[in-house]
Ligand binder design. Structure first.
Ligand code: CTP
Length: 420
């Protein structure tokens, strides 16, 4: 493959884009254009179904290369293996339920599937299908198999679907795929992170992740809480498991399903979470404190329900343990666990995040503006500033929490003992 000659975060990286047969196939043209603008060397392979939705000429015009679908189109060159071997990453965008099934089983019935079999680097899948198809146990099982094997699944997103339907199943925007690819095979905007990973970069490592908002009991029915949904921590746990880590997820009450392959420990209060973290920190190579921990709790939880006729209660609050500070203090000068803190901020993000990074003694601090509309608490998206103890910084623009999770993991990996 030869490059388009542009410099950018993916400069010189060879990316195969597999386009399969869904209505979202037209968006693959935007992805290809964005990859080219990032400097990537792009080759498009289409499934037969994709050709029913969009013509190969569009991709040939963008990449300046022929677009193939079948293994017998190019037998003397052995493209069915050379393409996959040479690729730094394969992206399937959109990935239909049918192609996910073919990839999970290991079928080799067209150029895309043979290319995937001949490739041992990152495989990024962007599923797109109707909600029922996504929820079907067959698709869920295929996704689980692919994740276990190291594939990164981005999305699907929620929104309008074909035929006037709406729900989960929409392909993610090209930008989200781009962020994942940059984390895997490129450098970030500032050229600081360069994680050239295999498909399972966290294999053999144990991560302890906290999530959700703790609840501090006032009486048997009421509590002091916060708006954290747990989505950020769950996304990190899911992404880490997909990258091969053994993951223990300590979560405050959350309705979210346990990500595949993750060991979940449910807790309620900050003190419960502190105890669970203490019990598991010594096994951890990294601790990611994504939970929103209540700093204060009522001095005493009332044994019976406080009644209206009792009048307004006078709550006496006492401080909760700072769980993160405890992990850092107990670790002392040892190299592990690597500790990642979060900072929910309002106001000047950069300045207060910098202060918090120094005060907490963590390797990485992930700061987000909780006052910004549409991101953070209770939302599927986030935008964060990742600060490293050694001064490096990395901004992740508004993206799905899964994409932010991948960026957080890429930042963490850079601090593991033995990494460059
Ligand atoms: N944290 C913790 N224990 C607490 C409070 C917070 O471990 N009792 C962790 C959070 O999980 C997060 C980080 O500390 O990783 C920062 O949390 P944040 O609420 O932003 O900061 P605080 O330390 O509470 O500081 P402040 O309230 O002054 O912003």
């Amino acid at each position: 493959m030869s490059g388009p000659g542009t410099s950018g975060p993916l400069s010189g990286r060879r990316v195969v884009v597999g386009v399969t047969g869904g209505i979202a196939a037209y968006k693959a043209a935007l992805l290809v254009r964005a990859l080219l603008a990032d400097g990537a060397d792009v080759e498009v392979v289409m499934s037969r179904g994709a050709r029913a939705f969009i013509g190969p000429v569009t991709f040939e015009g963008l990449t300046g290369r022929p677009v193939r679908s079948e293994v017998w189109e190019d037998v003397p060159d052995g493209t069915h293996v050379t393409l996959g071997r040479a690729a730094d990453a394969i992206v399937v965008y959109p990935a239909t339920a049918h192609t996910l099934a073919r990839l999970a089983v290991g079928l080799a019935d067209d150029l895309l599937t043979t290319t995937a079999l001949a490739h041992d680097g990152p495989l990024v899948l962007a599923p797109a299908m109707h909600s029922e198809m996504w929820a079907h146990p067959a698709t869920a099982a295929n996704i689980a198999v692919l994740r276990e094997r190291g594939a990164t699944v981005v999305g699907p997103a929620t929104g309008p679907l074909m035929g006037g339907d709406a729900g989960v199943g929409r392909v993610v925007d090209p930008d989200e795929v781009l962020t994942v690819l940059r984390a895997f095979v490129g450098a970030d905007d500032a050229g600081m992170i360069s994680v050239d990973t295999g498909a399972a970069p966290l294999a053999g490592l144990t991560l302890l992740v906290t999530a959700g908002g703790t609840r501090e009991a006032i009486d048997p029915v009421r509590f002091l809480g916060n708006r954290s949904s747990g989505r950020m921590g769950f996304a990190i746990a899911e992404a880490a498991a997909a990258q091969g880590a053994a993951v223990v997820l300590v979560t405050a009450p959350s309705e979210l399903p346990t990500p595949t392959g993750v060991r979940r420990i449910d807790v309620v209060s900050a003190r419960d979470m502190d105890a669970a973290v203490r019990a598991h920190e010594s096994d951890a190579d990294a601790v990611v404190m994504a939970a929103a921990v209540a700093d204060f709790r009522p001095a005493e939880a009332l044994p019976g329900k406080w009644r209206r006729t009792d009048g307004p209660p006078q709550l006496q609050l006492v401080a909760n343990p700072d769980i993160l500070a405890g992990v850092v203090a107990r670790r002392g000068a040892r190299p592990r666990p690597v500790v990642v803190g979060f900072a929910a901020q309002t106001g000047d993000l950069e300045a207060s995040a910098g202060e918090k990074l120094a005060a907490k003694g963590v390797e990485v601090l992930v700061a987000n503006d909780v006052a910004a509309p549409g991101i953070g608490f209770e939302h599927d998206e986030n935008a964060v500033l990742i600060l490293h103890r050694d001064g490096r910084r990395h901004e992740v623009p508004r993206s799905s929490k899964r994409v932010v999770a991948e960026a957080v993991l890429a930042a963490l990996v850079a601090h593991l003992p033995g990494s460059a």
